[in-house]
Design a protein around this ligand. Structure first.
Ligand SMILES: [Zn+2]
Length: 59
């Protein structure tokens, strides 16, 4: 699969798995329609220390 964007907290207490959808924090996936009409996925990871999310991108 392609077109995934991971949103995860930087420097979190745990290491987030941005290679797969199977992270220990239990990320949420939601579909997003891209400019070319295709569907991509945004995987939102949860910070374990309650800080605000910082956006990071990895394809
Ligand atoms: Zn995570």
């Amino acid at each position: 699969m392609s077109g995934r964007v991971h949103v995860y907290p930087l420097d979190d207490l745990i290491e987030h798995d941005t290679e797969s959808d199977d992270c220990v924090c239990g990320p949420r996936m939601r579909p997003v329609k891209r400019d070319d009409g295709s569907i991509g996925w945004v995987i939102t990871h949860h910070s374990l220390d309650g800080r605000e999310l910082t956006e990071g991108e990895q394809t």
